[in-house]
Ligand binder design. Sequence first.
Ligand code: TYM
Length: 330
Amino acid sequence: MKTVLSGIRPTGNLHLGNYYGAMVNFLKMQEEYKCFFFIADWHALTTHPDPKTLNANVRNVLSEYLACGLNPEKATLYVQSDIPEIAELYLLLNMQAYLGELGKTVSFKEKARQNPNNVNAGLLTYPVLMATDILIHNANYVPVGKDQEQHLEMTRNFAKRFNNKYGVNYFNEPTAFASNQQMIKIPGLDGSGKMGKSEGNCIYLIDEPKVIEKKVKGALTDNGPEGENTAKPDCIENLFTILKVVSTQEVVDYYDNLWNTGEQKWYGNLKKQLAEDIIKVTTPIRERINDIKNDEVYLNKVIKIGAEKARESAGKTLREVREIMGFRSL
Ligand code: TYM
């Protein structure tokens, strides 16, 4: 059976980008594949989170994962820092990752530019830790949004390099898992390219309907089409990108047609429809989040069982890797 692995950093509530980039196929995946879903709390350390809120954020993401339909009896759901085997494999893989390739990573350069006072080594080796997350369970598929494409490509390089160096065919070269084979990027409502927590342009899964309506109403638009069949500017294209994932094809075609015929004054209706369809997707999830997030006993049980299962799988990989690399067995 093929293995799927997906991770999310606990840096706040989950938004539509996380949902459509990584989570939308969870229900199907857990029926068809061996699934590992985890909370990347070590990755969150690169931005020095407040110790007082780190654990609460981990619990939040856990509740949100479960609310999206994950069944901890079918999938393995765990917290990265509960699995010390990941730290050891990370150390081993770091020896085969080169400064040149790490320094060229787009996410590293971006973070270094945004926070010049916190260009730490963990930030530089972030792709190695991410590769470790994936390779420790020898995953075949990784559901991620377009922003993680380069990290996934680096993972394949690290896997290939290890196999070549030791003359083995041990690590798989994992690929993205996307429903239509295309990695998706959910844009922001402010006309920007990406919905993201640090961009402050998100619709959160936990947002109340009124909040969603207000956010969508406030989305950036232009003055309307300037003729027939013109190209849409980014801010309008963005609204259509979100419409395509939350609405039916019929709805998308209807508004596409209004754009293409050069009709004016329908953005208000488009936004109303968009908000309504987003609310349809998020409402059952929000209700479940609210049910789950205060159930400490259940959450603790899920994390404990998840850690045991993840450690078993990770331990097996680590033992085999140690042997391949020539360490004496423990
Ligand atoms: P993170 O926490 O930033 O995001 C979690 C997942 O959500 C996706 N995502 C998006 N997809 C589409 N459109 C968006 N606007 C959008 N915003 C976020 C991300 O692509 C991701 O799939 N490095 C990872 C966490 C990680 C990981 C891993 C993922 C650590 N180890 C191993 C997969 C496998 C990250 O920062 O994701």
